[in-house]
Write a protein of this length. Structure first.
Length: 187
């Protein structure tokens, strides 16, 4: 009978550890797009970064995120590379590039930076950790970038596991198991 109790306690302990599993998800928090800034279907073209975490922005992350240290490497169709700079964010936490490009001149764009804060609240009310650095690459399989080409800014989220037993609780459980083993040896 005593060995059945010991085996039961061991199973309970192992199941407790198995319940601490956390899974990561990928969530879109923004978008980088190549857009016609002139509005007339010609030059100038530029880059826009849209922050989806603003109210009603559509992201699963409900904490307003800030993009910092934003850089862009632009590859032109002749193969040369250069950097694009961005204006400070507007009232919606969106960015627009200072650099302008002619239609058909840009082959690809790689935008990178940091995101903060790293502890966020999700739309379902739970909290998660996110990776701070981000990278988004805009390409067009047909050649040069065109108006409306975009890439999503995705982050990996890891849930913050609540309800993890404190070390004192585990110590009491292990002391009880040890007591059962000693009692069994003495009986």
């Amino acid at each position: 009978m005593l060995w059945k109790l010991s085996r039961f306690m061991l199973v309970v302990l192992l199941l407790g550890f198995a319940g601490l599993r956390a899974e990561a998800d990928t969530v879109a928090v923004g978008e980088v797009s190549f857009d016609d800034l002139g509005g007339g279907g010609g030059t100038p073209f530029g880059l826009d970064i849209f922050n989806f975490t603003v109210p009603f922005g559509g992201s699963e992350v409900s904490t307003l995120l800030t993009f910092t240290e934003v850089t862009a490497e632009v590859t032109l169709e002749d193969g040369t590379k250069g950097a694009a700079s961005f204006l400070p964010p507007d009232g919606f936490s969106d960015y627009t590039s200072q650099s302008m490009y002619a239609a058909g001149a840009v082959e690809s764009v790689v935008v990178s930076g940091m995101i903060g804060p790293t502890v966020v609240t999700l739309a379902d009310g739970s909290q998660a950790l996110i990776d701070s650095p981000f990278t988004a690459t805009i390409t067009d399989g047909a050649g040069a970038l065109e108006d409306g080409d975009y890439a999503l800014i995705n982050v990996n989220t890891s849930p913050i596991v609540a309800g993890v037993a404190e070390p004192g609780t585990w110590g009491l459980l292990l002391a009880g198991l040890l007591g059962v083993v000693v009692w069994r040896k003495l009986a």
